[in-house]
Design a protein around this ligand. Sequence first.
Ligand code: MN
Ligand code: MN
Length: 418
Amino acid sequence: MTESGRREFLATATMLGATAAVATAARAQRFGNPDSPPQGAVNAADNPGTTNTVVGPQNPALADQFPSAISPPPTDVDALPMFWASFNNAHKRIQNGGWARQVSKKDFAIAESIAGVNMHLSAGGIRELHWHQTAEWSIMTRGRCRITTLDAQGRPRVEDVEAGDLWYFPAGLPHSLQGLGPQGCEFVLAFDDGSQSENNTLLLTEMMAHFPPEVIGKNFGVAADAFQNIPLHPRWIFQGKEPGDLAADREASGVAQGGEPVIFRMSRSQPVKQTAGGVIRIADSTNFPISKTIAAAMVTVKPGALREIHWHPNADEWQYWMQGQGRMTVFDTGPKATTMDFHPGDIGYVKKSLPHYIENTGHEDLVFFELFRTDRYEEVSLSNWLTHLPPALVAEHLNIDVATIARFPKGGPGVVPV
Ligand code: MN
Ligand code: MN
């Protein structure tokens, strides 16, 4: 739209006694859409029927989920590499005892630092004893689970985790997971390498079947015949008997005091930021010492509220969207700016130091996780930066007055209320 066309459009909207929402949108359009040539539906305001309507083949159910892709805000320009993925349409490997689906770098090219897995285990369902060359971080999203592991000093751990709890297994340390009653469990785990897969883990059964029987016998000091019935194919996930009392399992495993905690009750931890708009909790090596390669934030955003504009100077961000819905714009040099919509089960990814915000666009609390392959959570808040500069310097950049700058939040609110 030309300058005069844009003024005419605004004047028409005003004359028609437009609603406050339309007036707000129109005001935003006056200073949004900075690009030359301009992009966005604002260009089609005079001719919407022909330029911004999809009439060809389409999937309306899917289109409804992505309003920001169908009609990007006029401030969007060019496009960043795809930073949206989802467990919702990932292949599900189903076995008796549970299922798993994953999104790794193979499916989601931008996600170099972290691969994600969504898994369900029935009550008694076992993710077989295994280990891998990457570390494993996980958040329980539903139900309860019993985990076992052994640390590098040979000390065992047996723990029960429930919704809102984390676990962390350092690379190479063996572990198992088993769903507890009545409904088993679901969780999302993250490997600290975008290329790791839940299908290339080192499995106890597979290894035992691939060492000579006489060596296995010698190793354990028993006759090789004792192993004649071991499974010759991996179990991976299988239905087991639901475990009993935790204390008895610990006793039987020889669990003694000592060793680093491998679980963290994240949803019950003290928030690091809290406003009327939401809450941020952090789990990293400062409060969960074993978590040396994954730092995490659990963020709750009230309807309409905004996870403030910020970036992370030390690592890429891998997001898991657990509840509610929202939109995120990511900005990069170029300029590039892309807005995308997210729903439960979706995954987002933001490269190190690229600014982004997340706005709750739904009617319930939005809950999502930010994960980073690093030992410590770090962020730069735009408002905290701009309120810790000589005000005249900021005023000269942005053509706003010093009194306005004085009203900006200080200290980085984390989540800005409506
Ligand atoms: Mn594992
Ligand atoms: Mn972030």
